[in-house]
Ligand binder design. Structure first.
Ligand code: HEC
Length: 149
């Protein structure tokens, strides 16, 4: 058990170091890719809610959203990534870097909703997924409204 914890701590430290080694343009590219993966998987859940509800597909998609949400992507918003650089375009607003407490609050809330979406998806209860999908989408939008151009 202790060994597992130590390995996990090491792995997350390695992750932090890795992210720090990325150039600013690589951070922008990576965070946009992360958002794209989440949007693709949210789209899959939406399609299942609108059409034939395949529990396994919804569960896999929700787990992916929750995993990306919990991947520690705030490190990809390091200084120097506030504007286009190295041919990589960004739509982040300057306010993102000026209001870290607000960003953290929205980020934590999003993480909570995404975890709950994964939990609910595992039950296969379509109505519950529908409700939690709405809350998760609202958490995406809350951040975009304030911090994305
Ligand atoms: C804490 C804030 C925050 C949350 C939560 C958040 N986003 Fe974003 N999102 C951003 C910011 C900031 C950008 C702009 C990134 C950039 O251009 O550098 C962005 C960009 C995007 C993009 C465009 C990516 C691209 O290639 O330009 C998509 C799509 C997206 N988000 C979808 C989502 C979805 C879906 C969710 C929820 C499942 C979500 N976001 C949650 C802040 C957030």
């Amino acid at each position: 058990m202790k060994k597992t914890v130590a390995a996990l701590v090491l792995a997350s430290l390695a992750g932090a170091v890795l992210a720090q080694q990325l150039k600013p343009e690589e951070m922008i590219k990576t965070r946009k890719a992360n958002f794209t993966v989440m949007a693709w998987n949210m789209g899959k859940i939406k399609a299942n809610l609108d059409g034939n509800f395949d529990k396994d597909q919804v569960e896999a998609a929700a787990n992916t959203v929750a995993a990306v949400a919990g991947s520690g992507w705030s490190v990809l918003f390091a200084p120097g990534t506030d504007k286009d650089i190295g041919g990589e375009r960004t739509r982040v607003k300057p306010e993102f870097f000026q209001q870290p407490d607000k960003v953290r609050e929205l980020g934590l809330n999003f993480r909570k909703e995404a975890s709950e979406l994964a939990r609910v998806a595992a039950t296969g209860d379509k109505a519950a997924v529908q409700a939690q999908f709405g809350k998760t989408g609202a958490a995406c939008k809350a951040c975009h409204d304030d911090f994305r151009k």
